[in-house]
Design a protein around this ligand. Structure first.
Ligand SMILES: Cc1cc2nc3c(=O)[nH]c(=O)nc-3n(C[C@H](O)[C@H](O)[C@H](O)COP(=O)(O)OP(=O)(O)OC[C@H]3O[C@@H](n4cnc5c(N)ncnc54)[C@H](O)[C@@H]3O)c2cc1C
Length: 453
């Protein structure tokens, strides 16, 4: 089996590793960094900068933990070097792992010439190479959306790709877009000392999330002096030497030193030769796939952001794994389809937010009977010991069977804790299974057991 993977992000790498382990001959074509945008631009650098910001805000609360006041100063050069070092380490270890499994990596761009023929244009300039393939995985990801009313200059008008770190810590930052990416950047730059205005097109930040969860985040933003411009849609940006002004459709203006666009992403399906292979795209440019991640051409798969499913690195990697199993014929054995409704996700703000499965508001909208239990962090001894008792754990279960259907966590370490609920949701555990688990004391996880009682 010859598998050619175009795009070495989480989806492509996971597929390559699994297929190679199962005996396939695998080639990965990657034009930039092994690990993908996830490693170079998205998950890793944003969380590395958030980790620094978290230490700064923790230091600002030092007095509450019995220390003299601390005032850390950000060293932008050192911060940038740290972010790039993590990226290089991860790319290096992933490359080593792929090569040790016999995967061939071609540095350059790839595109389809026909249903079973891929062309690689190596960046070394050695000239194009044609590769025969029994199966092809398209995992080229996505890139930030730039509306036609914005001109990105990388100095004052930025996309997320120019923010790691930016040329300088913005004195007054305007963030456009209050989805997951937007709120993470608000949190990050506020922690690093920027004054921040967030343009929120609706009446709630994180419009897709449980209103109670969004309200907790808004309260934190307001407490930290973030200015929320609600119900405003940005329609234009003017800039001069020192400042930017974002015009909104209702006539309001947000003024700042820099503006950051966080208004979604566009699938990287251009230039892939999809027509030559007969692969169709949706009007949004994604490659629609079935539950095996097959496109309309059965041996050509798409995974990750290109597939238009949940745009998460974790989901991309799981799709890649499933693709490899399907390519190698393993789906005929015990094979479970990915259940996107059970994917855990997190927002790395302060407090952290994480959820999985059915949300209370969603159940209400569906008219589904549920049992909801909620425990505040303020009742948890570990949270009090750590000096950060903001937030809550909310568990959603089926009142008839006790089976855990979902949960939301707002508070310290939510992204780690939600894994317990994710396991319960995937394995159809009951609340009693959580309640009777012997967790560590004192630990934040005890709040989960308590919510399950
Ligand atoms: C700011 C930000 C933060 C995020 N944080 C998180 C997070 O914390 N957790 C999480 O789960 N998700 C996060 N995401 C989402 C996550 O980054 C994406 O869902 C994930 O990267 C998608 O993986 P992928 O495999 O589709 O491809 P990508 O990671 O996008 O990689 C695609 C690769 O394909 C390469 N490529 C493209 N075209 C070609 C071609 N023609 N030839 C060769 N190579 C090509 C690119 O160079 C790239 O390396 C974040 C997104 C953003 C924007």
């Amino acid at each position: 089996m010859r598998l050619v993977v175009i795009g070495g992000g989480p989806a492509g790498i996971q597929a390559a590793q699994t297929a190679a382990r199962l005996g396939a001959e695998v080639v990965v074509i990657e034009r930039d960094v092994i690990g993908g945008a996830a490693n170079q631009w998205d998950c890793v650098p944003s969380k590395a900068m958030i980790a620094t910001g978290a230490l700064v805000s923790r230091a600002r609360r030092a007095e509450a933990l019995g220390l003299e006041p601390l005032s850390p100063v950000v060293d932008l050069g050192a911060l940038g070097a740290r972010v790039r070092e993590i990226e290089h380490k991860l790319a290096g270890s992933m490359t080593e792992q792929l090569e040790s499994q016999g995967v061939r990596i071609i540095r350059g761009s790839g595109h389809l010439l026909g249903p079973h023929l891929v062309e690689a244009d190596p960046s070394s300039g050695t000239g194009p190479e044609q590769l025969d393939a029994d199966a092809v995985l398209l995992s080229t990801g996505s890139y930030p959306r730039v509306p036609d009313w914005a001109e990105v200059d990388g100095e004052r008008v930025l996309t997320t790709r120019q923010a790691y770190p930016p040329p300088e810590i913005p004195e007054r930052l305007v963030v456009i877009g209050s989805g997951v990416t937007g709120v993470e950047f608000v949190h990050m730059f506020r922690s690093l000392g920027s004054e921040v205005t967030l343009i929120v097109s609706r009446q709630q930040v994180l419009p897709q999330k449980d209103p109670e969860v969004a309200a907790a985040l808004e309260a934190d933003f307001l407490e930290r002096g973030v200015r929320l411009m609600k119900g405003a849609r940005a329609v234009g940006i003017e800039r001069d030497e020192k400042s930017v002004a974002v015009r909104c459709d209702d006539g309001r203006e947000a003024e700042g030193s820099h503006v950051l666009l966080c208004i979604g992403s566009v699938p990287a399906s251009g230039g892939l030769g999809l027509e030559a292979a007969g692969v169709v795209t949706s009007p949004s440019g994604h490659v629609p796939v079935n539950h095996h991640c097959q496109s309309n051409v059965p041996h050509i798969y798409a995974a990750g952001d290109l597939s238009g499913r949940l745009p998460l690195a974790s989901v991309a990697a799981s799709q890649g794994h499933k693709v490899a199993e399907h390519v190698m014929g393993l789906h005929t054995r015990e094979h479970r389809h990915l259940d996107y409704d059970k994917a855990a996700s997190a927002i790395f703000t302060e407090p952290e937010i994480a959820d999985v499965g059915l949300a209370e508001a969603e159940a209400f909208a569906l008219g589904r009977k549920i049992r909801v239990t909620k425990v505040p962090y303020a009742a948890n001894s570990r949270a009090l010991i750590d000096g950060d008792a903001r937030g809550f754990v909310k568990l959603v279960s089926d009142p008839a069977t006790g089976i855990v259907l979902g949960g939301s966590i707002v508070g310290a370490n939510a992204a780690e804790l939600v894994s317990v609920i994710a396991l319960a949701v995937t394995a159809n555990l009951r609340v009693i299974d959580l309640a009777e688990s012997l967790f560590v004391h004192p630990a934040l996880a005890e709040a989960l057991a308590e919510a399950a009682e």
